[in-house]
Design a protein around this ligand. Structure first.
Ligand code: GLP
Length: 259
């Protein structure tokens, strides 16, 4: 893993956006895997700025989001589809027909999960997968004890994830399940870019990078992937035992290619 530690969340978001933009500059028709969550807002804002000011184009790109809530339609304001329109899609030149999310309101969610997995394969697979991390070490909605080989499927959310998501929903309406790419699906991406900021992620980040591989912390599956870049701010890096080593390899969170 390449571990890049930036001074603050804004610098981390900008570095992550720079890596995504670099990939698109090299290969405009890239297939990007996209993530939601608070961590991603400044990353997408930085991509939008690059689109407005620096000629970044997503016109030829295809995107697949990691996950969506079961029972939530794309026009629901708390859907991940709405998040993506608000934070990115409405502000760049992406073709909406190539910006994919699982349909949370599909009549048969299990069939929708299988369709989604097949659509990723049909698009040629994901070139660069953007990832956040849950406080419990989840990736997408692969909660602890998820199979490290899992594919896109329905997952029941843990109480801690539900309570983190609750503010976005009316009282009592926080979804219990999601359609999520599996950990095996994520491992199939040709490169992964994990972004984590803030003290609340420090424990999960240390477990992911330096802890034992295991389903108790699903993000540890990234240790099996040959091309992972992790972009952190100082707070998220605070519990890394080998922090000084990463600083030696990439001083100041220096320039890095994914891979
Ligand atoms: C949700 C998403 C994950 C995301 C996580 C952390 O559970 N499904 O993909 O990584 O939240 O979100 P945040 O960045 O808001 O901490």
């Amino acid at each position: 893993m390449k571990v890049l530690v930036l001074p603050d969340p804004a610098a981390a978001a900008d570095r992550a956006a720079g890596i995504v933009a670099g990939r698109l500059a090299e290969a405009p028709a890239s297939v990007l895997g996209l993530a939601t969550g608070e961590t991603m807002r400044p990353v997408y804002a930085a991509l939008v700025r690059r689109h407005r000011d620096a000629g970044l184009s997503l016109a030829a790109a295809t995107t697949f989001n990691l996950d969506e809530y079961v029972g939530i339609a794309p026009d629901h304001p708390a859907s991940f589809a709405a998040f993506m329109r608000q934070e990115l899609f409405d502000h760049v030149d992406i073709d909406p027909a190539r910006a994919h999310l699982p349909r949370g309101d599909a009549p048969d969610p299990a069939a929708e999960a299988a369709r989604y997995e097949a659509a990723i394969v049909a698009a040629g697979g994901i070139d660069l997968q953007l990832l956040g991390i849950g406080r419990n070490g989840h990736l997408a909605f692969n909660e602890p004890t998820s199979s490290l080989a899992s594919r896109t499927r329905i997952k029941t959310l843990t109480p801690s994830t539900r309570s983190a998501n609750r503010p976005a929903f009316a009282p009592g309406a926080a979804p219990r399940q999601a359609i999520t790419m599996g950990l095996g699906t994520i491992l199939d991406a040709r490169a992964c870019l994990l972004v984590a900021t803030g003290q609340s992620k420090a424990k999960a980040v240390a477990a992911t990078i330096e802890g034992p591989l295991g389903a108790h912390c699903p993000a540890t599956v990234l240790q099996l992937h040959p091309a992972v870049t992790v972009v952190l701010d100082e707070a998220a890096a605070a519990r890394l035992a080998l922090r000084a080593y990463y600083e030696t390899v990439h001083p100041g969170g220096g320039e890095a290619q994914v891979g």
